[in-house]
Design a protein around this ligand. Structure first.
Ligand code: SF4
Length: 689
């Protein structure tokens, strides 16, 4: 028994399946994962995890993992040594840069990679290639939320902690399927709702689990949330229920904002959203009846052509009612990837250096130029959505994509796949041979989180350490080593011996992270940015001041732009999102036995009304067609969707069934985030299954 004990290794790590950032001790024997054990001191989750965190690790030992580097020669991928592949990747970027200019290069950082890895990729783009064309997948999800918060309160992050949500008297969830997308966080809300008499309002197209539990469930017509939120604001002000004292002391722009609310009468709101006036009043009354409210939202809000405005409307409502700066209050855009927050925080963004320091700020540029011994670009870069049209315009000629399955997760995947084909040079660094890898010139095999050291930042701005649980699989390498290798091959010897040195550099250059070090993140210790002058992190934001020069919040006037909507030809609305068992496009969880068996593929949720109309039964194959593509999926008749609305998880077992073959390139002009949720389709029952 003692021998057996000795072979068991216990290592602290952080889950990579959502932004909650659950941490736990992983028990392993070699590459075998014996147990996932959350600890009392796990800051985000305590002793809980969900199915993905507990059982979702089978992919780590999947035979399908990339084992060695691949280089395309005469149209075919052949095995290469690391030296050869790194050299090939470096030369490829250099050659395209020399031929078309460095601005023809695009860098995409992984929102699943570590903070240190995002930092290095943006450093490569800026220091070596003098361009700001660097981004991460927050562009596909929460960039509009960040825009909304920057407009109103100043920090692009959750206002408080997951713990704080528990303390709130009222939780409002708008456009988020929390029970499935952020399960452990949802458990807290469920418990508080049950025990603490916390009230719960849910607004969503789909009657998801949280909606079932809610005290008030609102079902606005697709893409009309801004009307509902603004009508609530107007009604609250008209009743004199806004927090006058708070507004007087801490808020700018009230009058102009109130004026902008003029069109949002109950009558108008009700006719646009389809929600009865009485229910809007009931909701406003509930908001008025509590001392603290927080609002949680996700892609049901952000992935619209007015995603930034809708996010702004949420923050406006919170400012107006004085719901910022205290426990149990504030805005909670719930992050999807484990490190989508950190990838942005550490500078993988086209207009910000690490720590959200603007490239337009001369002092900031000077500081980084001194540290990196080079001149830095101040022209805003291209983001990872508009880079697609820039491939078509011949402006982007080469891309370095780290761990992003852009060929299946980008909007209008047919178009993206055609565009990738046109690139002169593509580096794909990933764990599996992804759909995107099919278009690559060189494929670099990366380790998974369990095989490396680093840090992740979860949805509540909490920086947490991950430790190496097991040796890298076959010949794989951590992304930070690969990026550093390419830099070296390009003549830049960064010479980081450990990710801690990368963090030290990032922390020294970004006030937000001053004082963050691996020493302070040891084990289950964590720090929430921004670091305060006293050296402590910030559990919640805006206690004394909002993040603007005068310290005041800003109410931001808005108007309503109708979404892309159904037509005679495409009469049905297809909503899409996550499911509990699978993660994103599914290239990890569909390779994990146990999970795959439980939910083998995607499905199309259809209302009883439509099922009757189209004579469809559960299990029938249905063809779903939009203006941009067509896929087939099995139908599932359910009460979760109603009327002419359909729902489909974005996770699919094969690349030819991804919902993004249907979605369009329509975008939110303020963040460039695709309007994935504005999707008119038609359906047809297939005769043969
Ligand atoms: Fe992982 Fe999120 Fe589940 Fe926690 S809630 S175990 S972070 S997927």
């Amino acid at each position: 028994a003692k021998m057996r004990e000795e072979q068991i290794k216990k290592t602290k790590t952080v889950c990579t399946y959502c932004g909650v950032g659950c941490s736990f001790t992983m028990w392993t024997k070699g590459r075998k994962i014996l147990k996932v054990q959350p600890e009392v001191e796990s800051p985000a989750n305590g002793i809980s995890t969900c199915i993905k965190g507990k059982f979702g690790w089978g992919f780590v030992n999947s035979e399908e993992r990339l084992k060695y580097p691949l280089i395309r020669k005469n149209g075919k991928f052949v095995q290469a040594s690391w030296d050869e592949a790194i050299d090939f990747a470096a030369k490829g970027l250099k050659k395209v840069g020399e031929k078309y200019g460095n601005e023809s290069l695009m860098f995409i950082a992984s929102s699943k990679g570590t903070n240190e890895e995002s930092y290095l990729l943006q450093k490569m783009a800026r220091q070596i290639f003098h361009n700001n064309n660097v981004d991460n997948s927050s562009r596909f999800c929460q960039a509009p939320a960040t825009t909304g918060l920057w407009r109103t309160v100043g920090y692009g992050g959750d206002a408080g902690s997951i713990q704080d949500i528990y303390k709130s008297e009222l939780v409002m969830i708008v456009g988020a399927n929390t029970a499935e997308s952020h399960p452990v966080l949802a458990t807290r809300v469920k418990r508080a709702h049950k025990l603490n008499h916390q009230k719960l309002i849910v607004s969503d197209l789909r009657k998801n689990e949280m909606a079932e539990r809610a005290d008030i469930y609102l079902h606005p017509s697709p893409g009309t949330d801004i009307v509902l939120l603004s009508a609530l604001s107007k009604y609250i002000i008209d009743q004199g229920w806004h927090d006058r004292e708070f507004i007087e002391k801490r808020v700018n722009g009230f009058d102009e904002y109130y004026k902008s609310l003029e069109p949002f009468t109950l009558e108008n709101a009700s006719s646009i959203t389809g929600i009865p006036e009485k229910q809007i009043i009931e909701t406003a009354e509930m908001i008025h009846s509590v001392k603290s409210m927080c609002i949680l939202w996700a892609m049901g809000i952000t992935q619209h052509s007015a995603g930034s405005d809708e996010s702004t409307a949420i923050s406006n409502l919170l400012v107006l009612t004085g719901n910022y700066g205290r426990p149990g209050t504030g805005a909670y855009p719930l992050r999807g990837h484990n490190n989508v927050q950190g990838a942005s925080d550490f500078g993988a963004m086209p207009t910000y250096l690490p720590g959200y320091q603007p490239i337009k700020d001369k002092e900031v540029i000077k500081k980084f130029e001194k540290a990196w011994h080079t001149e830095l670009p101040t022209k805003p870069g291209i983001d990872n959505v508009s880079c697609i049209e820039n491939i078509d315009n011949d402006k982007i000629k080469a891309m370095y994509v780290v761990g992003q399955e852009i060929a299946s997760t980008g909007p209008d995947s047919n178009m993206i796949r055609d565009s990738l084909e046109k690139l002169d040079f593509l580096i794909v660094e990933d764990v599996f041979f992804s759909e995107t890898a099919k278009y690559a010139d060189v494929v670099l095999p990366a380790t998974v989180s369990l095989e490396k050291e680093g840090t992740f930042t979860n949805t509540e701005r909490r920086i947490q350490r991950i430790y190496q649980v097991m040796e890298p699989y076959e010949q794989t390498k951590p992304d930070w080593e690969i990026i550093q290798g390419i830099a070296k091959s390009l003549g830049y010897d960064w010479n980081y011996k450990h990710p801690s040195e990368i963090m030290d550099e990032a922390a020294s250059l970004s006030p937000m992270f001053h004082g963050v070090s691996y020493e302070r993140l040891e084990g289950f210790k964590s720090l929430q940015w921004p670091m305060k002058e006293n050296g402590e992190g910030s559990e919640y934001l805006y206690e004394d001041r909002f993040n603007f020069p005068d310290g005041k919040a800003r109410l931001y006037p808005l108007s309503y732009r109708p979404p892309l909507t159904v037509s005679e030809e495409y009469p049905l609305h297809l909503n899409n999102g996550r499911m509990l068992e699978h993660f994103h496009e599914g290239n990890e969880t569909f390779k994990t036995e146990g999970i795959k068996e439980k939910v083998p593929d995607t499905f199309l949720e259809i209302s009883e009304k439509l099922a009757a109309e189209y004579k469809i039964q559960t299990g029938d194959f249905v063809r779903v067609t939009s203006k941009w593509g067509s896929i087939k999926a099995r139908a599932l008749i359910t009460e979760r969707v109603s009327g002419n609305e359909l729902y489909m998880p974005m996770n699919a077992a094969s690349d030819d069934a991804t919902v993004n073959l249907l979605t369009s390139y329509t975008r939110d002009p303020d963040s460039d985030t695709p309007a994935y949720k504005e999707l008119p389709v038609k359906i047809e029952k297939l005769k043969k299954n």
